[in-house]
Design a binder for this molecule. Structure first.
Ligand code: KIV
Ligand code: ZN
Length: 512
């Protein structure tokens, strides 16, 4: 019998800390439902004290999710813990994850606390957390640069106070597999009460070793890995869930553990997170990249045709790569549409949202005869079905692009319900469209990223555009999809402007 390896997904918390990757409550719910469908053990749904919006999203996820534990992050102060406790209350299984930094550099320069005060704060935090749940995780932030004796002291104290999971983070992505494994082994051997708790690891990818370090921790005795879909996360990201899960499964000869993950849900989860956050997946990314199972060289193709295992260590279908499935067409009715959405884990909360999405589906089905799951995902991502968040809305666009002529665009928008038109010229039709929109919006935002991806195959595919804008220190991503990529671009730009219109989460800093 193999040990169970707990998969703790932090896409909705650490993943959301990637620049511009912030998600709306509805988007977070969709991701959480997909994680539940994938049978993730623990979903870290956010950081309740970060903002009322974060609190609300965690609470909604706690209400909706039955098959996974729902967790909120909290600093080691009373307000954070109480907010986290209130947010997870509706969950059948709720966890509070509290943390405090333990490295000399963080304690001195960031917290301005003495080591004794840090131990005291950690113990108090765990006791408060235990008032809400008996599932309490404690993390020593920047454990990688902490003194091992001090780590043993803090961990021993929080275990005595009631922590049930002890997480060891490589917050800055500094470790290497041999050293990380050794640290976990040492902690498990030396910390008083180590045998009563689950040991966990949380690795960042600054040197590209997050997955390798996490797996080394598993070999050393860790039984929880914290990870994210597509490796999303602060800076270079976190350990990627799909790589950890498939490594453990494919190399079951090496790892004495098994997960309960339904791997066929991995690719749908990857696509969903990429679509919502606007972070594309690199084609050669392990497991979920578009080329992960493509064989280019003749020798490889020949080998695979003769015997698949000559060049394949995993089966594409086992991780959810399937041929694009034709799901609906222009004659499909509202019920078929609704039940396909629910099969994809998409629940539109109101009749109004469902009607708006169905109207868009009919519009799309007129332009594109075959509608795939990916088209439906893009369709419900479209801000048009969430009119409450829409300040700018595209009414009309006309572009002129001719050999030898400067591209020009005319655009009509509603801005706060008032219709306005403008024209612009640019280096291409998209540039001209953005200039025309800016004539109206005068946002002063800086364009950081513009990217286009085809959602499915064929020239009638929808183009999915991501636009990243920055203004006053805030970075937002806007997404838009359409069979016409200029319109998709305009929608993405307006989606980003709409996000800039509304207040963002306030990232809590310092204050323990
Ligand atoms: O990277 C880190 O240290 C964290 C902790 C809050 C676990 O994200
Ligand atoms: Zn982290």
């Amino acid at each position: 019998m193999k040990d169970h390896l707990i998969i703790f997904d932090t896409t909705l918390r650490d993943g959301e800390q990637s620049p511009g990757a912030s998600m709306t409550k509805e988007e977070k719910l969709r991701v959480a439902r997909q994680l539940e469908r994938m049978q993730v053990d623990v979903i870290e749904a956010g950081f309740a004290a970060a903002s009322p919006g974060d609190f609300d999203a965690i609470r909604s996820i706690a209400k909706a999710i039955k098959g996974s534990t729902v967790c909120s992050l909290a600093r080691s102060n009373e307000n954070d813990i109480r907010r986290a406790g209130e947010a997870i209350t509706p969950a059948p299984r709720g966890r509070i994850h509290t943390f405090i930094a333990t490295s000399p550099i963080h304690m001195e320069k960031k917290l301005r606390m003495a080591p004794d005060q840090v131990v005291e704060a950690a113990v108090r935090a765990v006791r408060w957390a235990r008032e809400y749940t008996d599932d309490v995780e404690f993390s020593a932030e920047d454990a990688v640069r902490s003194d091992v004796d001090f780590l043993c002291r803090v961990f021993g104290a929080v275990i005595e106070a009631g922590a049930t999971t002890i997480n060891v983070p490589d917050t800055v992505g500094y470790s290497v597999p041999s050293v990380w494994g050794e640290l976990i082994r040492t902690l498990i051997a030396r910390v008083p009460g180590a045998g009563q708790v689950v040991w966990s690891t949380h690795c960042h990818n600054d040197l590209g070793m997050a997955v390798a370090n996490s797996l080394s921790a598993v070999l050393a005795g860790a039984r929880q890995v914290e990870c994210t879909i597509n490796g999303l996360g602060e800076r270079a990201g976190n350990a990627s869930l799909e790589e950890v899960v498939m490594a453990v499964r494919t190399r079951s000869d090496i790892f004495p553990v098994q997960t309960r993950i339904d791997a066929t849900q991995i690719v749908p989860a990857s696509k969903l997170v990429s679509q919502i956050t606007g972070y594309p997946v690199q084609p050669n990314k392990a497991v979920v990249g578009a080329n992960a199972f493509a064989h280019e060289s003749g020798i490889h193709q020949d080998g695979v045709l003769k015997h698949r295992e000559t060049y394949e260590i995993m089966r594409a279908e086992d991780v959810g790569w399937a041929q694009n499935k034709l799901v609906l067409g222009k004659h499909s009715g509202r019920n078929a549409f609704k039940s396909r959405l629910s099969a994809l884990g998409i629940v539109l909360e109101s009749e109004e949202s469902l009607n708006a999405a169905f109207a868009r589906f009919k519009e799309l089905a007129d332009k594109k005869h075959e509608i795939f799951d990916e088209d439906l995902q893009a369709l419900v991502s479209d801000e048009e079905i969430a009119p409450a968040n829409e300040y700018y809305k595209l009414v009309y666009s006309h572009v002129c692009s001719e050999t030898g002529e400067t591209p020009a665009a005319n655009v009509t928008l509603t801005a706060g319900g008032v219709e306005k038109s403008a024209s612009g010229i640019g280096s291409g039709p998209v540039d001209a469209t953005f200039k025309a929109i800016e004539c109206i919006a005068e946002s002063g935002a800086q364009l950081l990223l513009y990217s286009v991806n085809a959602i499915t195959t064929g020239t009638d595919a929808q183009g999915e555009v991501t636009v990243r804008l920055a203004r006053g220190g805030r970075i937002v991503n806007g997404n838009g999809a359409d069979t016409d990529i200029v319109i998709a671009s305009a929608k993405a730009y307006l989606n980003a402007l709409n996000k800039l219109q509304f207040p963002d989460r306030v990232d809590p800093q310092g204050d323990v």
